[in-house]
Design a protein around this ligand. Structure first.
Ligand code: C2E
Ligand code: CA
Ligand code: CA
Length: 491
């Protein structure tokens, strides 16, 4: 990562170069405006450290230059002025659309500067397509599932798979933060989508064993629609996992303009011919939603959250939502409202004739193993019995029964003598995890599929009340030494 420093005091420029180099960055310092402009063009930096008080110019003028050049990297400001001036300068930068990361007071605190630069370097590595490929290989990604329902009668229609990254250092990262990096490189977005489809097929098997059999939706980026083999890759994965094409829905968001319409139409037509469902996501916000709807064989429209959010307060949004519902009906497509957060919104949507709802009002995205318990609570029924004839890998199901038929969720901090109940398989998997084994090795050692190991891990996490592997190991650590975790019955 390259950093360009602009300070008219050359001694400070040299100091920042030294700190940046020690932090692992490539650094250059300049002391006049012409050299700064030159540096921006010849070797565009990812980070700029800019002094506000400069001879012959000033930091605000230089920020205007950066904005005019559409500089998208991070900006660190430095100044010896009082904090009010620093705060104002920071606002000016933000109003110009620049990413002002920090304002550092002079005299510089070298440790603080080092920390800022190291953090920026780490963030840039996190968001790189290469790092994401490593994350896929190391099983750092997870899927959560969010229900799409109709309320009268209470029916689960579909579950949407949403990807998350459990970064070993940075923790839980939402998709919006790493998708731009994935989409910047076709090999990376293809690998991500292949992983998501594979993990969705694994989840489908788990759900089938729990007696939940509904279509699953995955998000596919427009950037995936460049390769004619995509429908065959998905089809192969479905067959390998015993999932029928009718149970998979692809949600396409028009996050980027189509570059090759013929190729996109070829892919989407073949997806439909193979029997998969096809949904146009975030409808109403894309570059050419209506044109896309006319050209491509969609079977469903998802109304964007922005229209749904203020449907009860804005007449315009209500008119738009009503029109989209009519459009879907006339084109014989199903229609879903996403981002439903209140009863009032749900009631109004139903009045307008829209019954398929998704949003926090119904449920937040959840791990696959929580779906059956959620469904039982939501419908007010008893917990569903696992299917009599397992359709998936039987090993994947060991341990599921007792977890979902145990009504009280075990709490790692509860007073009931802090006992957490794990199945023998979950116990084994947690033990290996705490010894530092990666998921792949655990799967190899226990002769299980990777998907199966992940299911056991997720179940153990929920039993331990942990949100990620670091927390789970921390909580299970002392217990695995023999005292607190009780072995549950074999399911
Ligand atoms: P999306 O496909 O529109 O998914 C819905 C997003 O809205 C999800 O955010 C979901 O958690 C959130 N959401 C659901 N209900 C509500 C609600 O009632 N209120 C609010 N405020 N938010 C709600 P998430 O999981 O952060 O995903 C963001 C976007 O990232 C997704 O938007 C989708 O475009 C993309 N994405 C997620 N998973 C994948 C994936 O596997 N592949 C690709 N290519 N994109 C994905
Ligand atoms: Ca979606
Ligand atoms: Ca959406």
């Amino acid at each position: 990562m390259r950093v360009l420093i602009f300070d008219d005091d050359e001694a400070i420029g040299r100091l920042v170069v030294r700190v940046a180099t020690a932090s692992g960055l490539e650094a250059t310092a300049v002391s006049d405006a012409d050299a700064f402009k030159q540096g921006l063009q010849t070797d565009p930096p990812q980070v700029i450290v800019l002094d506000l008080q400069l001879a012959g110019t000033d930091g605000v003028e230089q920020m205007r230059l950066l904005a005019s050049q559409q500089y998208t990297g991070a900006l660190v400001l430095m100044s010896g002025y009082d904090t009010r001036v620093l705060a104002t300068a920071q606002s000016v930068g933000k109003n110009l659309g620049l990413k002002v990361d920090r304002v550092l007071e002079k005299p510089l605190n070298v440790a603080e500067l080092g920390e800022v630069l190291e953090r920026l370097l780490l963030a840039s590595q996190t968001l790189s397509p290469e790092r994401l490929l490593t994350a896929i290989a190391n099983d750092e990604l997870i899927l959560d599932f969010q229900p799409i329902v109709s309320r009268q009668p209470k029916t689960l229609k579909k579950l949407e798979a949403l990807v998350r990254w459990e970064h070993p250092v940075l923790g839980w990262i939402p998709p919006d933060r790493f998708l731009p990096a994935a989409e910047s490189d076709t090999a990376t977005i293809d690998a991500l989508t292949d992983w998501v489809v594979g993990a969705t097929v694994d989840a489908y098997q788990v759900l089938a064993e729990l007696g939940v059999s509904v279509p699953l939706a995955v998000n596919v980026s427009v950037c995936n629609l460049h390769d004619l083999t995509l429908p065959d890759r998905i089809d192969q994965r479905l067959r390998a996992g015993g999932m029928t094409a009718q149970h998979l829905c692809l949600e396409i968001t028009e996050s980027a303009a189509f570059t090759d319409v013929a190729c996109t139409m070829d892919i989407l037509s073949r997806v439909r011919l193979k029997g998969m469902l096809l949904s146009i996501d975030d409808f109403g916000t894309g570059y050419s939603s209506l044109k896309m709807l006319r050209q491509m064989p969609f079977s469903e429209i998802k109304i964007d959250q922005s229209f749904v959010r203020d449907v009860t307060t804005s007449r315009d949004s209500r008119a738009i939502v009503k029109s989209i519902i009519g459009l879907a009906a006339n084109m014989e497509m199903t229609c879903v409202a996403e981002g439903v957060e209140t009863e009032e919104t749900a009631d109004l949507l139903e009045e307008l004739g829209l019954c398929n709802l998704q949003g926090y009002l119904i449920a937040r995205p959840m791990p696959v193993e929580a779906v059956s318990a959620w469904l039982a609570i939501w419908t007010g029924s008893t917990l569903p019995a696992p299917a009599t004839r397992p359709t998936g890998n039987p090993a994947a199901m060991r341990g599921h029964g007792e977890v979902f038929h145990t009504p009280s969720v075990p709490s790692p901090t509860g007073t009931e003598s802090d006992v957490v109940q794990l199945s023998p398989r979950q116990l084994e998997v947690m033990q290996l995890l705490s010894e530092g084994c990666p998921v792949k090795e655990i799967a190899y050692r226990l002769n299980l599929g990777i998907g199966t190991v992940k299911v056991h891990l997720s179940l153990a996490y929920s039993a331990l009340g942990a949100h990620n592997r670091i927390e789970a190991i921390k909580r299970a650590g002392p217990a695995l030494l023999g005292r607190q975790i009780k072995q549950g019955p074999i399911g």
